[in-house]
Structure formats: structure tokens, C-alpha cells
Design a protein around this ligand. Structure first.
Ligand code: TA6
Length: 292
């Protein structure tokens, strides 16, 4: 992997997707990371990116939608969240038509990836924006002669007005592993689940439609192919201990992720797997928020 030249959000190589209806997304080639999404008819970016985020090859931008592959978290032998977010992806195509704007990027094995994970693979990320929705789809193909297993997640940082006034709908009754309680597994008794401070949980086998609800607006989050969901907020200590966060960022973001974490995906030679996350801005019944 090459060392990262100093870059910023403007100079790091990226694609700007603009649908005919005005919906917009920005995708960086570093990590194939979506780092901005504005639904049609809105000026509000629904993705959070820290002012201290780093840009450039080898960096994962603190915010947007990092891709965790071929390992979620620190649960295996690889670096935290795998290498996809630290790799430079190639643009396959970029199109705009009546259905919206789409970019497709790809990543294949290199000497860098094989040194950590000795398999040939092809990963493709499709990003589509139109109307109120952003759709991100990760497809992994096994191009090796032996089977492999991986875990993965799409790790969106959603921008919110006050993280600790949000809640998540749809998780009630599911089991979760709580990283803040020594990795113990519990069953969720609440629905909705309020975000009330630092939280770091993998919810297993959840329903495919969840919602991140703020007092003034809602994001509908649908996943396909990803059985699990991850809920993360770093809390005060989490932002203070990471140089690419600014103190106070914990109020501005909630991660509600689509993951294949609990059971690794097994792929035979020639086989393919796809996981999708569809994020839709839902109009608020309560009207525009009062200024903070
Ligand atoms: O998805 C939640 C999580 O795995 C947390 O445990 C937390 O570490 C977060 O991801 C961010 O990880 P990072 O390596 O980007 O600091």
C-alpha cells in the first residue's frame, strides 16, 4: 500500500453523482467511501464526516460509509474492519439516466491484500442516488480456486441533530453482543432503542427494515443479504481517543450498519454474494426542526 499524500475533501479523488432530480452523492476512490448524500429537494447532507477526517490513499475517512471487508471489527486476524476501507478502488462506470445517478467501483486482490488474506477475489460497490434514497450494494465474488469466508458491513455515519435524542426502531426481541459489556450477549427488550450515550452493539438476525428516528425526521434503513445490524456511537471518550474526531462529534452522528457479522459468509470458488443497504429520507410529520 502506498503512503498517503496529504489530501483534503476537495483534492482527494472522488466522483460526484448528481441525479436529474437533484439528489447528490460524493464517492471517494479511497475505500470506495460515500462521504456525502443529499436527497432530492433537500440541502441537508444526511451523512456525517468529521472536520478532522483524513483523506488520501490508505486512509479511511472518519464518517460517510466505510466498507468493512473481509473482516468486521477486530474479531479475526486482520486489521480492524479489514482492508477494503484502506484500499484504493477503481471506477468501473458512472452513469446518469432517468432512474438516477450511479457509480460502480471495484477492488481485486493485490500483493497487499494477499499478504493479509491469501485469496483471489473481486469486490464491486454500486452506489445509486435518486429521489429520497441512497442505495449501496456490495458484491463479492470468489475468483480463487479454494473457498473463503469473510465478514462484512456497510458502516454509515448518519448525521443527526442530537444523537442522544434519537432512537432506533425494529430491534426489539433480537439478540445482541455488547462490546461495552465485555462482549456479552443479551436479548433486546426495548423497541424503540434509545441512543443515550456510547453504544457499541451487534444485533443478530434483525428484521430487514429499521428506522433511525430523530424528533424532527426519520431515516428508513433497509438491508438485504446482511442478516445483522450494528449500532454505534463513540460517546465522549470514543471521540476524545481518536485523532480523526473532534470533541463533540458524538452528538452529531449515529452509525446504524448493515452487517454479515455473526455467521461468516462462505463462498465457494466461482460463487458470488451481495449485500445491500437502502437508506431513505422520510418526510417529517412534525415539519422543520427548531434551531438548536
Ligand atoms: O461498527 C462499530 C465499530 O466496530 C466499533 O466497535 C468502533 O470501533 C467503530 O466500529 C469504529 O471503528 P474504527 O476502526 O473506524 O475506529
Amino acid at each position: 500500500m502506498s503512503e498517503s499524500p496529504a489530501r483534503d475533501s476537495a483534492t482527494a479523488e472522488h466522483l460526484s453523482l448528481l441525479a436529474n432530480d437533484g439528489a447528490h452523492a460524493r464517492v471517494y476512490l479511497d475505500g470506495a467511501q460515500v462521504a456525502s448524500w443529499t436527497p432530492a429537494g433537500s440541502t441537508d447532507d444526511r451523512l456525517f464526516v468529521s472536520r478532522h477526517a483524513r483523506y488520501g490513499a490508505g486512509q479511511s475517512i472518519r464518517g460517510g460509509i466505510p466498507i468493512c471487508f473481509p473482516q468486521f471489527g477486530a474479531t479475526g486476524a486482520l486489521q480492524q474492519h479489514g482492508f477494503a476501507r484502506n484500499s484504493v478502488w477503481r471506477v468501473v462506470r458512472e452513469t446518469t439516466d432517468a432512474d438516477g445517478a450511479r457509480a460502480v467501483l471495484e477492488l481485486t486482490d493485490t500483493a497487499y491484500t494477499r499478504a493479509m488474506w491469501p485469496f483471489a477475489f473481486h469486490a464491486e460497490l454500486s452506489v445509486h442516488v435518486a429521489g429520497a434514497a441512497l442505495t449501496v450494494e456490495l458484491t463479492v465474488s470468489n475468483t480463487d480456486s479454494q473457498p473463503f469466508a469473510f465478514t462484512a458491513a456497510l458502516h454509515p455515519y448518519f448525521r443527526v441533530r442530537d444523537a442522544y435524542a434519537t432512537h432506533v426502531e425494529g430491534l426489539g426481541g433480537t439478540r445482541y453482543r455488547d462490546a461495552l459489556q465485555g462482549g456479552e450477549v443479551f436479548r433486546e427488550t426495548r423497541d424503540p432503542v434509545p441512543v443515550q450515550g456510547a453504544v457499541d452493539r451487534v444485533y443478530f438476525d434483525t428484521p430487514d427494515v429499521l428506522a433511525l428516528v430523530e424528533p424532527h425526521r426519520t431515516l428508513r434503513i433497509e438491508k438485504r443479504g446482511f442478516p445483522d445490524a450494528v449500532l454505534w456511537n463513540p460517546g465522549r471518550e470514543g471521540t476524545a481517543s481518536r485523532a480523526d474526531f473532534v470533541a463533540g462529534d458524538e452528538y452529531d452522528m449515529v452509525c446504524l450498519e448493515a452487517g454479515a457479522v455473526g455467521r461468516p459468509v462462505m463462498l465457494a470458488p466461482g460463487a458470488r454474494w451481495t449485500g445491500t443497504q437502502i437508506m431513505t429520507a422520510v418526510a417529517s410529520a412534525a415539519g422543520p426542526p427548531a434551531p438548536r
